[in-house]
Write a protein that binds this ligand. Sequence first.
Ligand SMILES: Cc1cc2nc3c(=O)[nH]c(=O)nc-3n(C[C@H](O)[C@H](O)[C@H](O)COP(=O)(O)OP(=O)(O)OC[C@H]3O[C@@H](n4cnc5c(N)ncnc54)[C@H](O)[C@@H]3O)c2cc1C
Length: 528
Amino acid sequence: MTAEGDIRDLLVIGGGINGCGVARDAAGRGLSVTLAEMSDLASATSSASTKLFHGGLRYLEYFEFRLVRESLIERETLLRAMPHIAWPMRFVLPYHPDMRFESDTPTSKLLNTFMPWMRGRRPAWLIRLGLLLYDTLGGRKILPGTTTVDLATAPEGRALQPRFAKAYEYSDCWVEDARLVVLNARDAEARGARIMTRTQVTSAEAQGGLWNVTLKDTRTGASQIIRARTIVNAGGPWVGDVIRDTVHSRSTDSVRLVRGSHIVTRRLFAHDKCYFFQGTDGRIMFAIPYETDFTLIGTTDQEHEGPDTPPVCTPEEQAYMVDFVNAYLAQPISVEDIVWTYSGVRPLYDDGSSSATAATRDYTLKVDKTAGAPVINIFGGKITTYRRLAEGVMDLVSDLSPDLPGKWTAGVPLPGGDFAVSEVEAKIADLARAYPFLSAAWARRMIRAYGTDAHNVLGTAKAASDLGQDFGATLTAAEVDWLMDREYASIADDIVWRRTKLGLRLAGQEIATLETYMQRRDNAAAAE
Ligand SMILES: Cc1cc2nc3c(=O)[nH]c(=O)nc-3n(C[C@H](O)[C@H](O)[C@H](O)COP(=O)(O)OP(=O)(O)OC[C@H]3O[C@@H](n4cnc5c(N)ncnc54)[C@H](O)[C@@H]3O)c2cc1C
């Protein structure tokens, strides 16, 4: 097989947040970009996060000031660019003197030296100091600062055991992680990128300083070769496999795979704030209001054996998270209360840390030319830093092709996000007025998923029946068609667990009906 067509400036391997963020930034600077994702967009780590745009309060204990500062500043930049899929959230951190550090953080080592009588406990003044830094490092304009909460009287105290008398409350943001990925892909495509899902990069051979890259359609098995000047390896958990087996580089950088799991229960508390619980083992756990009727609890840190081992939330992890939150909740939960679990693998740069919790969450970008043409390998990173990471990748690309235009993504909204953070409720009300047949929850879901594009999804419908087949839980054919035509969805899972989270509400039979509809639609399109 020989290479066909033009030479692409960039071939991005991986349609997680980092690959899609890089594709968008590069396409916006005029580069020709092809992105290949072997499964669905966000099918790996980028749909399995805790879904926070956050500075990472706990990273302060590891003295990761660069990462925390960059992430804190980034929160508001991102929030402004996507006020539909991201929103401010308040975090309630109950204080109790028994909460301890993980023993090998630099902060705990310092404290053990100067205040050995604390025996690993996290003193209140240190939490206060951390929150003061958190409030000031990142130049907040939209998000409110830290306050103190009297749990005996505040509504946030009701869900907690009475031994928790006091809490600190601070700000971070929520983001719909899988939708973030797909909106970056859509914007990249609108700016000229080629987005190829269900397309695996099976090999890449350097020839005369260019890459000949073999792409395999994972549905049909058909292969094609394309040429590219630079490869961006955004393979996430597979970054090491791509280095070794696909581009055959001699790089010695390696990835550390750390699994994190979450459990979902029915809603455990009445308010819309999130809890930040500290454990006696030094770890932390979030309990977050989720999809209106649920609570999301996570996460864990477990070494994970290999990228091809599907991450699952083990019974031990489930029991650990249940016990963790039960140390706080007034009404304890049990594993029987779990309605869904999910698990993802952090592709961290192997910095030789002793524990999975301690391994750096910062990103590391490496240019590697040992295979005869350039490849940029991406390790680590956060959902929160994806835009900055993409700019970092572009800095490296500009060393290779010097006339590249400058940074542009800060302040440019993602599709559907062209309104102010303060206008969300008005947008929901506008949609409900324009489509009076929508229930309040349906109108909210549409704006939170699609922003101003919700009007394009619903089109000229005057009644719910105009939206075609009803699959349940407010999912209709009009929305499914949009997701297949505009958001790269091809099987039911793409829709019920990534483009939406309606899998929490739809019955098995309803999902099967959706699958049949999507297959028929795919077959009809193929026959045309
Ligand atoms: C439990 C957990 C909680 C987290 N919580 C947060 C949080 O709250 N906030 C935050 O900011 N960050 C969080 N993170 C971190 C964040 O989720 C990750 O850093 C980010 O999703 C990594 O994205 P990625 O694009 O590098 O990898 P991925 O999303 O895994 O994408 C890599 C993609 O590459 C594809 N691929 C691999 N090899 C090939 C190939 N040969 N051909 C084609 N495609 C290929 C894969 O199919 C995959 O889709 C969390 C992570 C975990 C695991």
